[in-house]
Design a protein around this ligand. Structure first.
Ligand code: ATP
Length: 356
């Protein structure tokens, strides 16, 4: 049995269904992210696991125990919420060590744990400060250190790095992931930051309107989106509307604006009105082997790559070209575009064949 299971979990507020029959299993030591747009039910799900909200129906088990009705403090779960409630009258060290002291841990061991946790979050040396003497981002890191110091079996994080600047956040992603692995703490992270979810997770549960739209590794979530929603939610993609003409064992022939595309269907039951997707980084500027002509509408440099919008007979195409050194042609210029058919993806349009 998995370490944590949610079985048929629903949450209704009056007539409104915030969570609709979720089944989810998290393995021991796994790092799972709940990723989705605002209002999709991420926090509600986490709060039900923590025990701050009761599900309307369904069961939750932790390490084989049914905890559906257990009080939060009886669950042995560490929680870091966005609003990091620190004790204002206690120093940083006092806050981080509070739970350890309650557990009657010896002073030396406590000190060691506090030091380690503060080092992890880059706050060594601020032990004697009070919360009011810290920035928002520093307070957030104290809250993370406090949870890590307890070394809980299950750690729940709700947007715990939202107040950190981009660079520090990037560092914390890598370090937090490393310590999570080292200590084997099963972790569930709520975030709407795709990069955060992709960098840290073993698996991502992409949530949409109170359901899990896709549960997979970060690579599969990006490379093999299972629904139109996940296709467009994760990263940027070009969406071409088309109609399936024929289907052979490997490919679907799809008519898109007078052109026929051969798209691998990977065994999916695609027919009728479909969307064909291709990522901007899979489209390249080409001369001899161009599949499509177009005119560059906008050209933006973002350092590691150039982002182009190209007007074509198939509609506006986004193209991301790595920064090889030489800039791509300027706005207004005609260019050819090419791609490999294996990089195309096809899904039935939303609402058909029971897609989420
Ligand atoms: P965000 O990223 O904005 O925090 P979220 O995915 O965490 O969003 P939740 O906070 O889980 O979303 O809320 C899910 C849905 O449930 C929302 O539509 C929200 O308005 C609704 N909701 C949450 N709490 C209540 C409540 N106490 N009463 C009624 N509706 C609620």
């Amino acid at each position: 049995m998995s370490f944590l299971t949610l079985q048929g979990i629903s949450k209704r507020y009056g007539d409104f269904t915030a969570i609709e029959h979720i089944d989810l299993s998290v393995e021991r030591g796994e790092f799972m992210s709940l990723l989705g747009p605002s209002g999709c039910g991420k926090t509600t799900t986490l709060q039900m696991i923590a025990g701050f909200i009761s599900p309307t129906s369904g069961r939750i088990t932790l390490d084989g125990r049914d905890i559906t009705d257990a009080r939060p403090e009886k669950r042995g779960i560490g929680v870091v919420f966005q609003s990091y409630a620190l004790f204002p009258h206690m120093t940083v060290a006092g806050n981080v060590g509070f739970g350890l002291e309650m557990r009657k841990m010896k002073r030396d061991e406590r000190r060691r744990r506090i030091g380690e946790a503060l080092e992890l979050v880059h706050l060594s040396g601020l032990d004697e400060r009070y919360p009011k003497e810290l920035s928002g981002g520093q307070r957030q890191r104290v809250a993370i250190a406090r949870a890590i110091a307890m070394q809980p079996e299950l750690l729940l994080l709700d947007e715990p790095m939202s107040n950190l600047d981009a660079k520090l956040r990037e560092e914390m992603h890598i370090e937090l992931r490393a310590i999570q692995k080292r200590l084997g703490i099963t972790t569930i992270l709520v975030t709407h930051d795709q990069v955060e979810a992709m960098t840290m997770s073993d698996r991502i549960a992409v949530m949409h309107r109170g359901k899990v739209a896709q549960l997979s590794t970060p690579f599969d979530a990006y490379e093999r989106p299972a629904t139109p929603f996940t296709s467009t939610f994760l990263g940027r993609t070009n969406t071409l509307e088309g109609e399936v003409l024929r289907r052979n064992p490997r490919c679907a022939e799809v008519a898109v604006a007078g052109t026929t595309l051969h798209v691998p269907h990977e065994g999916r039951d695609v027919d009728g009105a479909v969307n064909v997707y291709i990522r901007p980084e899979k489209v390249r500027l080409a001369n001899g082997d161009a599949r499509l002509q177009g005119r560059i509408a906008t050209r933006v440099f973002v350092g590691n790559q150039w982002l182009l919008v190209v007007d074509t007979a198939l509609g506006r195409m986004h193209v991301a070209q790595p920064n090889f050194g030489a800039p791509p042609p300027e706005e207004g210029r005609e260019v050819g575009l090419a791609w490999t058919d294996d990089d195309l993806r096809v899904l039935n349009q939303e609402g058909r064949h029971g897609h989420a």
